[in-house]
Design a protein around this ligand. Structure first.
Ligand code: NAD
Length: 635
């Protein structure tokens, strides 16, 4: 199926009504209302729905489908009135969302349906489609009761829709759009040039197989034919490719937004990635997929990369920025998991569990309280009072510990925690020191031989931050010398690249030492939180252009402005771009409703909301502004 818009030319859209303009089947709902008090309701409804299905897939003709369904029902005016109310509420979501764009194109929209004017017309009136462009059947009435229908109406007969369309003698390119086989027949009979299978509400394989194109939303239809009010690229055509077994919640968030989501369990090598990126708008990876400048070269639609993990070093960030591709990660979604492991390890070290556990595994037994203490009343020294450090502070206090902390920044003390003016002060007071600083280069060996000597004898050390922060050889020497009472280490200066590679450390085999393979943040809850967090950032970026949390573009938080168009202009950070962009708007007398600009060393990001009225070629002019890396138009 084609992914590119059709050539611009005058186009007439022939829409089906049921399960296309509205999300449900009108006649089935009418049956439900008419049978409300019928004791046989369930059985009759089942039979009616089966007939509807057979009609849609072409198993029986529309004449038979109508006759058999209506013969089972006693329909009153009140049922039809109730149906109209219901259908107005159940417009297909994209018709409701893009009602202004549909109204703008109403003069090229015709509705050809085997439904009934009594309910089709008032619903279409809401969309600005006048009665004369609605071609459907009519009920026969006796007082307030339906006693039949116009069986001679062409839409009540097989092939009738095509006859109706042909009789309209419409100029230009005629496109039939609907969810059923009878809509495909319009094209098959030569009355329309194309058939678009409309799958917003239901996707029938037999119908899709006969389609020239597939559309999942009405804005996608408008986009396909480049009609006024269509978006720059409809969400329902956006493909999100999620590699490396990303949590299913992320896929769901993206699907709920209307994107097509494709998932892979493995990472892709550079060449495979380059091929897979064709047509993809959103890429989700974890730590193994390397997004190189070369892979980005072949990404023709890529808007954003979501790293569903903490680090982003697997992505060539400047190259992504130069392509206008935003990169997001989830730096804080596993905070709680790290904190819980730290708490657990502090308890284990104070009770010397590593030693007795090893002894029992080896078949020994030693029951003793010597050297074992409660955490209650002990002093925990937290180095780095950021996301993890401050949360650890709360949990440790809840367990009765006294908390002291040291941070380079001015941080608000939580609970009864007390700030230490220097690292040395903290080291001299703590029973256990827990490291939660970031990985900046100056933190290399923040804890070395000199710092360990400042600790009280028997004090404990926990490091779940970065491997280079603690000098492990010095830690090993201190433990051997009987000064440091034990350590828990989750991060190492050099970590094996895979589970098949061997591990070594000066701490192996030492008493009261817990070693874990960088799993502080590795829990299913953290994976889920990462999935939700990154997916939400991606959706925000695609929907509003907002770059909060973006790691390679200037950050702008940009809530949508009602009744406006939004231009997202990403450019190289060079003088004069803002003036040049605004000169384009000024020349064309386009009213700017709001504007935000942020720059970093390399790139500038300009978000401009303008009045809804603007000429289409303004987009080309903006793209031609020197320094432009990418231009996107929203709504
Ligand atoms: N083990 C794991 O699986 C795992 C998981 C998540 C995070 N981490 C690591 O944990 C660390 C903390 O993460 P976070 O989310 O709390 O980061 P954060 O950026 O929120 O906090 C770090 C804090 O450390 C402070 N700091 C930096 N250098 C310091 C120094 N020399 N002395 C005192 N304070 C200093 C900063 O000012 C900041 O407040 C990071 O290194 C992160 O990479 C490890």
């Amino acid at each position: 199926m084609s992914r590119t818009p059709a050539e611009a030319q005058p186009v007439q859209l022939i829409f089906d009504f049921d399960s296309t303009i509205v999300a449900i089947e009108g006649l089935d709902e009418l049956a439900r209302l008419a049978l409300a008090d019928d004791p046989q309701r369930a059985r009759t409804m089942e039979a009616i729905e089966a007939i509807t299905r057979d009609g849609m897939t072409g198993a029986i003709g529309i004449d038979e489908s109508l006759r058999r369904r209506l013969a089972m029902l006693t329909i009153k005016r009140s049922h039809v009135d109730a149906l109209v109310k219901l259908l107005k509420r159940r417009l297909s979501p994209s018709f409701r969302k893009h009602i202004a764009a549909v109204r703008r194109n109403a003069d090229r929209i015709h509705v050809v349906s085997s439904g009934f004017r009594e309910y089709v017309e008032p619903v279409c009136a809401e969309l600005g489609i006048p009665a004369e462009r609605i071609h459907c059947n009519e009920f026969r009435w006796k007082g307030t009761a339906v006693v039949g229908y116009d069986a001679a109406n062409p839409v009540a007969k097989p092939g009738g829709k095509a006859k109706v369309v042909r009789a309209l003698k419409l100029p230009g390119r005629i496109v039939a759009i609907g969810d059923g086989v009878t809509d495909a027949e319009i094209r098959d009979a030569g009355a329309a040039h194309e058939f678009v299978a409309y799958c917003e509400n239901i996707e029938r394989e037999a119908v899709v197989a006969r389609a020239d194109r597939v559309a999942r939303t009405v804005d996608e239809v408008l986009w396909l034919y480049r009609l006024p009010g269509s978006p720059s690229f409809p969400k329902s055509r956006m493909i999100a490719l999620l590699c490396e077994n990303i949590h299913a919640d992320a896929a769901q968030v993206l699907r709920d937004e209307g994107y097509r989501v494709e998932t892979l369990s493995d990472a892709l090598a550079e060449d495979e990635l380059a091929r897979a990126l064709k047509g993809v708008s959103i890429l989700g990876i974890r730590s193994k997929t390397r997004v190189t400048a070369r892979a980005l070269e072949s990404a023709d639609r890529l808007l954003a990369v979501g790293c569903f993990c903490i680090g982003t070093e697997q992505v060539q960030l400047p190259a992504a920025a130069a392509h206008g591709v935003a990169v997001f990660n989830a730096p804080y979604s596993n905070t709680r998991s790290v904190v819980e492991l730290a708490i657990g390890e502090i308890v284990m070290l104070m009770r010397r569990v590593p030693d007795v556990s090893r002894l029992l595994h080896d078949g020994g037994w030693r029951k003793s309280a010597t050297g074992c203490t409660e955490v209650r009343g002990k002093t925990l020294g937290i180095v780095g009072y950021g996301h993890i450090g401050s949360q650890l502070s709360i949990l440790a206090e809840a367990m009765g510990m006294h908390v002291i902390y040291h941070d380079l920044e001015e941080c608000l003390a939580l609970g009864n925690a007390r700030k230490c003016r220097s690292l040395a002060e903290l080291l001299g007071k703590a029973d256990v020191v827990s490291m939660h600083v970031d990985g900046r280069a100056s933190n290399h060996h923040l804890i070395g031989e000199r710092e360990l000597r400042k600790l009280r004898p028997g004090a404990l050390l926990v490091n779940l931050s970065r491997g280079h922060v603690v000098d492990l050889a010095a830690v090993a020497a201190s433990i051997r010398a009987g000064h440091l009472g034990g350590a828990a280490v989750d991060v190492f200066p050099e970590e094996p690249l895979s589970n098949r590679d061997p591990f070594d450390s000066p701490l192996r085999g030492l008493p009261n030492v817990i070693l874990t393979p960088h799993v502080g943040g590795s829990t299913s809850e953290a994976q889920q939180a990462i999935g939700e967090f990154v997916a939400a950032r991606l959706v925000e970026f695609v929907n509003t252009g907002g770059t909060s949390g973006c790691v390679n573009l200037p950050q702008i938080s940009a809530p949508p402005v009602p009744r406006s168009h939004r231009f997202l202009h990403l450019h190289r950070n060079q003088p004069g771009v803002l003036a040049a962009v605004n000169a384009v708007f000024a020349r064309r007398k386009i009213n700017i409703l709001g504007q935000a600009l942020r720059t970093d060393d390399a790139m500038g990001y300009l978000v401009t909301d303008v009045d809804r009225r603007y000429a289409a070629d303004v987009v080309d002019e903006l793209k031609a502004v020197p320094g432009t890396a990418r231009l996107r138009v929203l709504y």
